[in-house]
Design a protein around this ligand. Sequence first.
Ligand code: M6R
Length: 594
Amino acid sequence: MCGIFGYFGPKKNATDMVVEGLKKLEYRGYDSWGIAYKTSNDIIIHKQVGKIGEAQITFGELEDAEEQIAIGHSRWATHGGVTQENAHPHFSEDKDVVLAHNGIFENYVELKEELLKKGHTFTSETDSEVLVHLIEDEMKTSNFLEATKKALSYVEGRYATLIICKSENMIIASRRGSPLIIGTTKDNKEFFIASDIPAFLKYTNQVNYLDDNELVAIDNTGARFINLISGEEIKKRNVEIQWVEESAEKGDFKYFMLKEIMEQKETLYRALNQEKDLIEKVADAIKNAFGTYIIGCGTAGKVCMAAEYMFSTIAKKHVNTAFGSEFPNYHHFLTDRSLVIAVSQSGETADTLEALEIAKSKGAKIISIVNVETSTMARMSDIVLPIKAGPEKAVASTKATTSQLAILMLLAYAVADKLADGKSLLIDATAQINDMINPRYEEHIRKIAEVIKDTESMYIIGRASNYPIALECAIKLQEVSYIHAEGFAGGELKHGPIALISKGTPCIALIANDDTKKSMLSNAKEVQARGGLIIGIAPERDPVFDYWIRVPDVGNASPIVNIIPVQILAYHLALLRSNNPDMPRNLAKSVTVK
Ligand code: M6R
């Protein structure tokens, strides 16, 4: 979580560029923000509580020095409340060194105790502040770069840091576990350091990825990359990114969430457009593995659960699924013949990354299905299947979800040696989604949102592969509408949760035109008999539905079409309840802490 952005170069408006970059990273954390910039003999820090996107502040041009240096941070609080003191960047006690940090220093309590014993005083409750004090201590005997290297060797946990110092014209960036990318202009004179590429894509598409345990020191001689373990300088290859900047912008849409929901007409086609050889290679890996585990977190975790049903129905093959955070508990079963498939939009989710690290240490083969092809997850995988959804900015995942489902379904068909059948089913489903998502459809769903907008709780039920989709629908509704929403397997309701239904409680029934249909309709009737209001998402109308949202009849691809109306419903509930659907409270897009 948290977005960090730094600039080193000749532009006099470095501060405004950092503010602009932070606005593009705001989805990573938005409870407070701050910026630090160098003047000829000082460092100025400005920080405030609230979203940077709503801040009305310009810093103006910096001094007429050869290079300008500024760093900034948009925060998602982990250690310490949402206050101006806890906002980054943080000064050292002598005000010589300044730090912005994304991640968690897990041993900060011990480090802080030692520093307190030495007489240090702290101004924030954050874990981050310890590093800047450690650097200050080390600078009593070493220069800025050596002191930073030394101080970094004391901290445990995941981090991406940006550090500047009053006495040297240098930015030092370092990384272990949290993303950090360096953008460089072609003339090698300007550097942008950010948690994510779209933050600087306007200025350059030439990037270097900082890998774990690496540091880069940027000054007027250029960028020097150093391996923090061996201490040696390393050569990095520039990579050219193909994204166009506009794809990360809202265009005519008021919110990214709606833009991304609507984009599914195209993103699904892109997801399906995978190289046949690549899909078959992954299918072979699944066939030959001694145990396949499909893992992800949050929405991606629900996609993995849906995959378990797809593989069972389509390929008659059992695959194991687990949430990234729970996967380490299965490590006893892993061998060098195991296959672990990670599903992730960002490719940076700490829980999934940690699971992969454990799998790797056991010699398991790693495959990732990711949207950010240049992410840490992709780079640590033996094979990468790209989702190709383009940048997803809204915190609530939508287009990445359906693309992940489509790719996993293709894989299930490939394992069954029926790849062509799977592809034509999914192409047909996508064409029908294209017809389905239109303004009239959206308005129909918006009207249903008006009916249920004041409800305190709602439930979603589904069977087979639509059961994990019911769980995913609940996440969508919780995240942006803040309504208490829960998903259940249709058959489970009567074993307890049905006690929660009272007059008017909305219950969404996800229905596929398959052998689960009859039982699902019975479950809907059971809810209706207790006063529940039934919203049926189904290819055909049924008398039990108080409201019907039509979806195409697409056979096994039903989970892909069924989630889309709930994404639209969640979006409109958010608006009707005056919530910002792109930046829901307490959340961040990329969860890079454990
Ligand atoms: O980037 P990832 O797909 O690995 O992210 C995993 C979850 O954090 C993510 O799906 C989260 O649950 C979303 N906010 C859901 O909309």
